[in-house]
Design a protein around this ligand. Structure first.
Ligand code: GAL
Length: 675
């Protein structure tokens, strides 16, 4: 990121990236001059160009038309605006899909999708891969040394609309992937448990993608297909990135979609992140969610983990409404600044939007933009200009990292996909909902949280939350146990550690991977009816799940007080080595989690704030010398914040307490205590 930050200004002083997707090809060239003048007015210094321009750049196979792109890059350069240049492989043109119809993706029901929207290709299609590589080569050869270009944008939101693909070409690629993974059919048959329902395979060529069948398909087959689908798209990225890296020193990225990568869009971002020169992410609020700012924080925390704690790029968010939700509610005044500052607080060093100028045609014409349909005499434009100024006023933070994140939440793509498969004890089981419940409690307690994989180094954390990590490898379970033994506090929730890497149940009592660590032995699940709750002896009620079992060495903090599981442990605690291991066998209410967090905080030596409203966001970044406190008030009433230092947004000094108005944001450079 530092490479990019220091190239955003002529003097090389690191700056926050500020700008968005710029699609000049949708406009007459006469508009471009106004675009660039207004970008300068708003302080835009970075735009993503060419993401959806394949059809204009390559009118027919192997014939390129770069004139308009030459002009726009020169124009941007003459105004000092830097470019994140796309390799344009995201959306093959109609001529391509028409010429190579077998490159179109196929659904699990066997329907071959049409073109006419975007991203209409199968990741395994040799025709697509060949054409994308040729286009990438042509673009990079032409623009690698263009002075406006500072980074490369490969594709766009891989997998958003076109995967997994179940066509025959995907099927053949899946067979090769399985041969590589298992080497022989005995291993595959064992891993998939094919003795069940007469599913034994005698040849790899018999194996198809897990297409719609009469009833549940083999769950390990389905899980492997998710793994394969992620790898297959990643191979597309790697091939295109290699072409770029062979020709240009600029960093390469592709924009992630945060947590938008469940079983329906399987992307193992932990594996993808290893292939990025800089991690970038897109985030859109769910407009109708009253705590969407917490969801934003959770996504940013996740992306920061993918970036290994280093600064990352917010590649897209919106100035106001989007166009693709059921009700596209506009942001209220000040909300965009709060959102942008949340991302920055949680590690972003660039704040970009989809998109620069609101479209007049096409499916996204009602999507907000930096420059709205109504032009510069508009609230959105004025707030965009203010945001540009705000980012300049805090530019001393560029390159700093989020400091003081004492808690990690475990999140593994494999576990999420496996947990989202069918034929489980209850359709109400949701790893993401449980993850969010715990992140929200920590957010309300003003505890910054990282996301880590189960096998990551956890030694810097005081507490680790394991929310519904249904699939747990031996290595992950060992790592989590070692963390507790070394003095950490672990909190494992229900439906964690149930299966191994092959999606086979760990026998001998639930939660198999963690029974010894937690000192509990669960023998049977009792999922609750829809919206049913069950009273606990402490921490309020349980929701979604309850269990029949007993303590096997753990202290019982709460038991089920009614129903078929009455007397079984619901919440337990066990001293392990010099740390602690908690088990939560049901989904607690928001207040129940907060109450339990108070107990956990004592064991984990965690400072937690008493913030019942849960709308004051407190996060710190540091560069090792200075520390900056972000205080973001999502509520309507003023709040008092402990702060000593200077608010970079207003220039005002605060000693002791800061009164932060409803909706207000402060970025305080904290006084150095040694001074
Ligand atoms: C993203 C996509 C953009 C734009 C945006 C609208 O998913 O990358 O191209 O479509 O959504 O919110």
């Amino acid at each position: 990121m530092q490479y990019i930050s220091s190239r955003l200004s002529d003097d090389g002083v690191p700056a926050f990236g500020f700008g968005g997707d710029y699609n000049p090809e949708q406009w007459d060239p006469s508009v471009w001059v106004e675009d660039v003048a207004l970008m300068a007015e708003a302080g835009v210094n970075l735009v993503s160009v060419g993401i959806f321009s394949w059809a204009l750049l390559e009118p027919s196979e192997g014939e390129y038309e770069f004139g308009w792109l030459d002009s726009i890059l020169d124009l941007l350069h003459s105004s000092g605006i830097r470019v994140d240049l796309a390799n344009a492989s995201a959306s093959p043109p109609p001529w391509f899909s028409h010429k190579y119809p077998q490159s179109l993706p196929v659904t699990a029901t066997g329907v071959r999708l049409g073109y006419g929207s975007r991203q209409a290709f199968c990741a395994s299609s040799p025709d697509y891969r060949r054409a994308a590589a040729a286009l990438t080569t042509a673009i990079v050869d032409r623009y690698a040394s263009h002075p406006a270009v500072v980074m490369w944008h490969v594709h766009n939101e891989y997998g958003c609309h076109n995967q997994p693909c179940y066509c025959d070409e995907s099927g053949a690629a899946f067979q090769r992937w399985l041969e590589h993974r298992y080497e022989n059919l005995d291993a595959l048959n064992a891993a998939w448990g094919t003795a069940f329902w007469s599913q034994h395979y005698y040849s790899f060529s018999e194996i198809t993608p897990p297409r719609l069948s009469g009833t549940f398909v083999n769950p390990t087959h389905a899980l492997d297909f998710a793994r394969f689908s992620s790898d297959e798209l990643l191979a597309c990225f790697e091939a295109e990135a290699k072409i770029i890296r062979d020709r240009s020193p600029h960093p390469v990225t592709t924009n992630f979609m945060g947590f938008f990568m469940g079983l329906d869009k399987p992307l193992d971002y932990a594996a993808w992140a290893e292939q990025m020169d800089v991690v970038s992410n897109d985030h859109y609020l769910v407009a109708e969610d009253p705590r969407n700012f917490q969801d934003l924080a959770m996504n940013s925390d996740y992306v920061r983990g993918l970036a290994g704690g280093a600064p990352w790029i917010l590649m897209e968010h919106s100035t106001s409404a989007v166009n693709w939700q059921p009700r596209n509610i506009a942001k209220v005044p000040g909300e965009m600044l709060r959102n942008a500052m949340q991302h920055v607080a949680r590690g972003a060093d660039a704040v970009l939007f989809f998109q620069w100028r609101a479209a007049e045609a096409g499916s996204e014409k009602f999507h907000s933009a930096m420059l709205p349909h109504s032009g510069t005499d508009s609230r959105v434009w004025r707030e965009v200009v203010e945001l540009g100024a705000a980012l300049r006023s805090i530019s001393e933070l560029v390159g700093s990292r989020v400091s003081d994140a004492p808690v990690a939440i475990i999140h593994d793509a494999d576990s999420r996909w496996a947990s989202e498969l069918d034929s489980h004890p209850s359709t109400d089981l949701s790893m993401m909902a449980e993850t969010r419940l715990w992140h929200d409690a920590l957010y309300r307690a003003q505890v910054t949280t990282d996301f880590r994989a189960a096998t990551d180094d956890l030694s810097s954390y005081r507490a680790v939350i394991v929310p519904m990590q249904y699939l747990m490898t031996d290595a992950g379970a060992d790592n989590i146990r070692a963390f507790a033994e070394a003095g950490g506090t672990v909190v494992v929730t229900y439906f964690s550690g149930i299966v191994d890497e092959d999606n086979h149940v760990r026998l001998g009592g639930y939660p198999g991977a963690f029974t010894d660590l937690l000192g509990v032995r669960i023998e049977e699940f009792y999922p609750l009816r829809e919206n049913e709750t069950t009273t606990l002896s402490r921490f309020g009620v349980g929701r979604i799940f309850s269990e029949l079992g007993r303590s096997a060495g753990a202290e019982v903090l709460a038991e089920y007080a009614e129903g078929p599981t009455a007397g079984s442990p619901a919440v337990t605690r066990r001293a392990v080595g010099s740390g602690f291991a908690y088990y939560v066998g049901t989904s607690l209410s928001e207040t129940g989690v907060l109450e339990l967090l108070e107990t956990i905080a004592i064991d984990a030596d965690l400072a937690i704030a008493d913030s019942p409203a849960g709308d004051l966001e407190i996060v710190r970044r540091s560069n090792g010398e200075d520390t900056w406190l972000f205080a973001i008030n999502h509520g309507a009433s003023a709040v008092s914040v402990t702060a000593n230092g200077t608010d970079l947004l207003t220039g005002e000094a605060t000693a002791g307490r800061l009164e932060l108005r409803g909706g207000g944001v402060a970025v305080i450079r904290e006084n150095r205590t040694t001074e």
